[in-house]
Design a protein around this ligand. Structure first.
Ligand code: ADP
Ligand code: ADP
Length: 224
């Protein structure tokens, strides 16, 4: 079964001046459940746009996206909310933790939105923070954690609601290479042990080396 399929996906931006930017020009990909796939390509090649559309953070101009065989209806907000709550987790380059919440509270946040009872939130968050090796940092604020530790909190948060798919946009982009490798290895371990599929955009060759598959993009098209 494919976790993600895109058909003739295109995204154009048009400006008042008449200028048109073709960010994606007919993307067809099939990602099998359990795969760890990395998207590589120069800046501006469309990697973030593709990830944002698959993650329902943005809409395509034309074409179709299927998650677990079901087409995303970008006009149906309850469809998008359900995908965000139950199926897809996100990891960002800048970590995007809530700065006033400690590690535990950041991981509890998506559980709270899914109306998980308070006692179960803390139990689940504790398990996840232990899984990412931060059992001794649970009550630290993001500002009290290193970049690598913050990204590990973000990984725990992305896993909170047991997603089938994690989308990670340049997850090692703000980390030095040694820390980046540890984050890459952690994501790969979660992929192998829990069967979560990963789509990762990256410039990082270490990340590409660890992936099952590398898809190269250039000027909004797949090059091989
Ligand atoms: P990458 O992630 O590979 O760096 P992006 O997907 O961010 O590439 O961008 C692809 C192209 O689309 C670029 O030319 C970029 O300038 C353009 N683009 C991205 N987002 C927007 C936007 N919100 N409005 C207009 N153009 C955009
Ligand atoms: P990255 O290289 O990490 O993909 P970008 O610099 O391409 O980051 O994009 C950062 C943000 O700016 C994204 O949210 C993207 O949608 C937006 N963006 C990129 N290019 C443009 C553009 N030409 N006009 C407006 N927004 C843009």
């Amino acid at each position: 079964m494919n976790i993600v399929e895109t058909r003739n996906l295109a995204k154009y931006y048009t400006f008042d001046s008449g200028l048109r930017v073709e960010a994606l020009r007919g993307i067809n990909v099939n990602i099998e459940e359990g795969d760890f796939v990395s998207f590589m390509g120069p800046s501006g090649s469309g990697k973030s746009t593709l990830l944002n559309i698959v993650g329902c953070l943005d809409q395509p101009t034309s074409g179709n996206v299927f998650i677990e065989g079901r087409e995303i209806d970008y006009r149906n907000s309850s469809n998008l909310v359900r995908l965000h709550r139950q199926t897809i987790g996100f990891i960002f380059q800048a970590f995007n933790l809530i700065s006033t919440m400690n590690a535990m509270e950041n991981v509890c946040y998506p559980l709270y939105f899914n109306r998980v009872p308070h006692s179960r939130q803390e139990k689940r968050a504790t398990e996840l923070l232990n899984l990412v090796g931060l059992g001794d940092r649970m009550h630290h604020l993001p500002s009290e954690l290193s970049g690598g530790e913050q990204q590990r909190v973000a990984i725990a948060r992305a896993l909170a609601n047991n997603p089938k798919l994690i989308l990670a946009d340049e997850p090692t982009g703000n980390l030095d290479s040694g820390t980046g490798k540890k984050v890459t290895d952690l994501m790969r371990k979660i992929n192998r042990e829990q069967g979560v599929s990963f789509l990762v955009t990256t410039h990082d060759h270490e990340m590409a080396r660890t992936a099952d598959r590398v898809i190269k993009l250039k000027d909004g098209k797949i090059t091989d």
